[in-house]
Design a protein around this ligand. Sequence first.
Ligand code: HSE
Length: 431
Amino acid sequence: MSQPLCIAIAGLGTVGAGTLRVLQQHGDLLAARAGRPLAVTAVSAKSRTKDRGVSIDDVAWFDDPVAMAREAEADVVIELIGGEDGPAKATCEAALAAGRHVVTANKALLAVNGAGLADAAAQAGKALNFEAAVAGGIPIVKALREGLAGNNITRVYGILNGTCNYILTEMREQRRSFEDVLDEAQRLGYAEAEPSMDVDGIDAGQKLALLSSLAFGSRINFDGVYIEGIRHISLLDIDYAEELGYRIKLLGSAQRTERGLEQRVYPRMVDQRQPIAHVEGAENAVVAIGDFVGNTMFQGAGAGAGPTASAVVADIVDIARDHRTPTLGISAGELESLPEAPIGSHRGPYYVRLMVSDRPGVIADVTAVFRDEAVSIESMIQRARSETEAVPVVLNMHECEEAAMQRALSRIATLDSVVEAPTMIRIESLA
Ligand code: HSE
């Protein structure tokens, strides 16, 4: 058999230890698939002695991942440190500069610094593979870069954050509030103590920026992703969604339009007849639509040691086989800088929930504002009746331009009878 592929791993947290486990457990299978053994020769992590359930006795230890990337006996450096710059970025840069391939699971790093790293990889003639950075174990990077290469991708969208999908599922199935589900997820260690990367949509936005670059041949533009999270979604909205035939999902979506590249992450009302409406719990799913292939949907675990390590190891096997593709599907110099479509130009139907004082004239005031902005109401629900407490009024709005909707909502928020900020959720047509 040929020479082994020598691997240095930077970062031995959940994913790093998982990667070691896959490499150790599937050594023979991977050697057969890759046509050569995969040998871990060096590791670097915060603690040398921590029990990770896998042995690192026979490999070189480095306190400093950047020194390891420069000096270790390695063909490929696996960056599993995390963070958008700092040691993660320095490790990848040092590895490429030293003529080594890089595999990373780090979406934050790539969303912010991916363009420069892809350039550096192209100049070094080395691979920069990142399957694990988007939707964990789902092989969507490979699908877009290779399996769907014959298509113009018209749209890509998906459930890109398992924590948010878990929270929304628990809220609906167990009839619990956002805060309650998040508290419990934090106590059980499913959600981070600082949850904003997940619940404010940033993690999904980073993954979307990578997906849209792969799908549309554009330079990664994370700053161009419009992002809203799920903190404002209440049980009331979830119940109304069900009644109206929708399910609320935090989706990321990207498409090229004549207004520019739309890259958007926000909660949406999704028709319950759509398959993605039924992807529940911590699962991820990505739909890529190609002009020749039509709709393709990929579903699976978006996080966790096993699924993420599965993606890391697939990238390593590609390198061992000498199977190379440009980082983002086309060569770094040919990636286009596409203008971003402003959210104000979005068009679609909307769900609006107002909490109002239940007194004569309230609906007239609200509808007058919508009339002034030429925004048309399709249907309205007001069931509760209370002389003392605010009651919900739910409006299903016909398709209109977002800028007009936002102007109307700003004015409605100032009406005396409207007692809290309006909730607006975009209704998504996934046809
Ligand atoms: N925190 C992410 C999620 C996984 O909940 O899906 C890593 O990106």
